[in-house]
Design a protein. Structure first.
Length: 578
């Protein structure tokens, strides 16, 4: 038996596989792996990673997990490492692979849940690197409601080209420049060799770094743990500290839903807004909330973003990358600035066992005025992400306005309708579109796509052709955090569900106004109703079997996070209390 008296094993799930004569067969498996008698009777901690060799985002997670296991052991626990999948958006972008991206978020949550349940682990430390793996891991934590600590694998270092920092965003835009004849084959080849010089996730405030900031703001990650780039071995201290921290959470019975509350979700939305974060946060925050049984949809996210100043100058709307934010104090300094303005709930408990307020009192850093502006003198007075609504989007839509002037946030033009991303990209490549048009890409929603693909290849090509500010784009799909320009995503209801976007015709005059929150089409209600009766129904999916088939059948609207199960409100069996 364990000599550690800090933990009451009789109340932990692992007792079902480690305690009593009936579990002798189970213990024989554990002895086969070199686990000692004392370790068998300690709390068991799942150490889950999304490690794979698909992309630099995930390649460092395996090493980092070993450090976390040291921390768990140091804290008196028995760590058990396991892995789950990742679909890396940078690789999946611009082709059929992107259909797998959003579905992978829920698959990650599902597989972590099943592994934890099947082996009766008592707590979870989750490491993730690429876009959907971050919310997927956090969703699993909240769904299981176990003591949990999240760790981001860290961002990539910026590349250098012609005396300036470049990222993968520059590569996508370089494709457009190449298509426009403004970039040679040789220049493109040089850029692709230097843009991504290390391990780590995309370096600017795209989805991965946005959700990494969320992990700290929501309280599931230790403060500043998301900041250091992936190659920095200083990350080890956060890995070990996270392993120790999860043992304290077990001891104090602090669970994921004690951390993820309505207030902590609002804190997370604030940080997304003030950093000009990815619009995808408006998809993932409602999904995390759903796992906790909290009503928190796209409109809730956007309401918070509307009255949050934007004061952190990060790419793609600004100048700097994640490494630069880390070097001036990281997310804790950002939250201190928000707190100065009364925009943080300081009583929220965190993975450290302390409240946000108590933790921020230990932070000595201040706004540097270059990367992090003082909250009193922000870049703009409202957040970098805005929600839209109107007769074209009754269930809302979202646009990233960070880096856009007020004049650029109003656009009216005729619709140019495409039935899928490939058709739109081909038109952009051939330059068979006109300045002043609103490009409409439909049938790309969660169910219609399927998978709610990101449109970075199309939007980056527009930017690369110098047309990013001369056209607008709307879709029931998504945009990458790297997207620039007046690009509106998450239009709901989606076309596959018979939303107004399914009824648009070429030439319909569309108005987008991020200042007033409007997304409308100059078509009467009567005409829209007439078109609805003539509508032939959703485009037939080519995915009639497999994982995407199941996703199409289960997935809900983007407004509520594109979730695939009823959530905590329908819960009848609590894993930790079994």
């Amino acid at each position: 038996m364990s000599t550690n008296t800090r933990f009451d094993k009789s109340k932990l799930p692992s007792r079902h596989v480690t305690e009593g004569p009936a579990r002798a067969p189970h213990r024989s498996y554990f002895y086969a792996m070199g686990i000692t008698e004392e370790e068998i009777h300690q709390p068991w901690v799942g150490v889950a990673t999304c490690w794979n060799e698909a992309a630099p985002c995930n390649i460092a997670l395996n090493r980092q997990a070993q450090i976390v296991k040291h921390g768990v052991k140091k804290g008196g626990g028995t760590p058990r490492e396991f892995t789950t999948i990742t679909v890396t958006d940078g690789i999946a972008m611009g082709h059929e692979g992107m259909r797998s991206s959003l579905a992978s978020r829920d698959a990650i949550a599902d597989t972590v849940e099943l592994t934890m349940r099947g082996h009766c682990y008592d707590a979870l430390v989750g490491l993730a690197g690429c876009d959907k793996s971050l919310p997927g891991m956090m969703m699993a934590m909240v769904r299981l409601n176990v003591p949990s600590v999240f760790i981001y694998g860290g961002s990539i270092l910026p590349g250098r080209y012609q005396g300036r920092d470049i990222t993968v965003q520059d590569m996508f835009e370089a494709v457009g420049q190449h298509q426009a004849g403004n970039l040679s084959d040789a220049e493109l080849e040089i850029m692709e060799r230097v843009a991504c010089p290390s391990s780590g996730a995309c370096g600017a405030q795209y989805t991965a770094n946005t959700m990494a900031c969320v992990s700290e703001a929501i309280g599931l990650a230790l403060l500043n743990s998301s900041g250091a780039p992936a190659p920095y071995e200083s990350r080890d201290q956060y890995g070990e500290a996270s392993g120790v921290a999860v043992m304290h959470l077990i001891e104090k019975n602090i669970r994921a839903r004690d951390v993820v509350t309505r207030k902590s979700l609002e804190n997370a939305a604030r940080v997304v807004a003030c950093t000009g974060g990815s619009t995808n946060a408006a998809l993932h925050l409602p999904a995390i909330a759903h796992e906790a049984g909290i009503d928190f949809d796209l409109f809730d996210v956007c309401d918070i973003m509307r009255d949050t100043p934007y004061f952190v100058d990060l790419r793609p709307g600004g100048k700097y990358v994640a490494k630069d934010l880390y070097e001036v104090g990281g997310v804790p300094v950002v939250m201190k600035e928000l707190a100065k303005a009364g925009l943080m709930h300081l009583d929220c408990i965190t993975a450290s066992g302390k409240t946000i307020g108590e933790s921020l009192e230990e932070i000595t850093g201040v706004a540097d005025g270059r990367v992090i502006y003082p909250v009193e003198t922000p870049i703009t007075k409202t957040g970098g992400v805005v929600g839209l609504k109107g007769n074209l989007a009754p269930d809302g839509a979202i646009v990233k306005v960070a880096g856009m002037s007020e004049a650029e946030q109003v656009f009216t033009g005729p619709a140019r309708v495409f039935e899928c991303e490939e058709d739109a990209f081909a038109a952009v490549k051939a330059r068979s579109y006109k300045e002043g048009e609103v490009i409409v890409i439909r049938n790309e929603g969660p169910a219609g796509g399927p998978g709610m693909r990101e449109m970075l290849s199309t939007t980056a090509a527009l930017s690369g052709q110098g047309m990013g500010k001369k056209v607008a784009l709307i879709t029931d799909g998504r945009f990458s955090g790297a997207t620039r320009g007046f690009c509106v995503g998450h239009v709901g209801p989606e076309a596959a569900h018979g939303g107004p976007i399914a009824l648009l015709r070429n030439g319909d005059m569309i108005t987008l106004n991020a200042l007033t929150g409007e997304l409308s089409v100059a078509v009467s209600d009567e005409e829209l109703a007439k078109r609805k009766t003539e509508w032939k129904g959703p485009r037939e999916t080519q995915y009639a079997t497999g994982a995407l088939y199941k996703f199409v059948k289960l997935v809900g609207g983007a407004r509520w996070g594109a979730v695939t199960h009823p959530g905590a409100k329908a819960e009848k069996h609590v894993y930790m209390d079994q």
